[in-house]
Design a protein around this ligand. Structure first.
Ligand SMILES: [Zn+2]
Ligand SMILES: [Zn+2]
Length: 187
């Protein structure tokens, strides 16, 4: 089914690219520099780009024989939570993106499935799915605030790096505790 109907893309949407001015001649290039608000759900459970945060897209659209190749980088802020100590993390997203979009009715369009290769819709490209894939694939499922984060004390839940070395909750037998006190009072 090469020609499924799409809901019409809105060219005013920030993640829709317009190729009308890009000549359909292999090698033709257009640079796209754009700041867009991040769509929702751009990330994983513990880390991602906050919805509405500014993403910077530095892309180029290149005509190739059967469509348009979009490549470049996406940068923006990342916020999340350390998977070990639960403290907030902030970082910078900087990921490469590269996706091919076949022309409608091209051989590629007629001979591949929708989920194999992207498609132009008329002159428009919906960049959001490729952007989401690039961002999500770049993120760690279990982000850490720093590589050697020791995590939380399993007994009191305080981050171990905020506690004195040797911190523990070893239960001292009350009878020994009493002896220790006597010993201390003798000193
Ligand atoms: Zn941590
Ligand atoms: Zn503790």
């Amino acid at each position: 089914m090469p020609h499924q109907s799409h809901p019409q893309l809105d060219p005013r949407k920030p993640l829709v690219l317009e190729t009308r001015d890009l000549p359909r001649r292999p090698g033709a290039l257009h640079a796209v520099s754009r700041q867009v608000p991040a769509p929702k759900d751009l990330g994983l459970e513990l880390i991602g780009v906050p919805v509405g945060a500014e993403l910077d897209l530095q892309l180029r659209m290149e005509s190739v024989s059967e469509g348009v190749l979009v490549s470049g980088t996406v940068t923006g802020p990342l916020v999340g939570e350390c998977g070990r100590c639960l403290r907030p993390i902030s970082a910078t997203l900087d990921v490469p993106i590269q996706e091919f979009y076949a022309y409608e009715h091209s051989t590629t369009d007629e001979t591949t499935d929708e989920d194999e290769v992207g498609r132009l819709q008329g002159d428009l490209i919906d960049l959001e799915p490729a952007l989401r894939d690039a961002v999500v694939l770049s993120l760690a499922a279990n982000p850490v605030c720093r590589e050697d984060c020791p995590g939380l004390c399993p007994d009191c839940g305080v981050p171990l790096d905020e506690l004195p070395a040797g911190h523990n909750h070893e239960q001292v037998d009350p009878r020994w505790a009493a002896l220790t006190q006597i010993k201390h009072s003798e000193e």
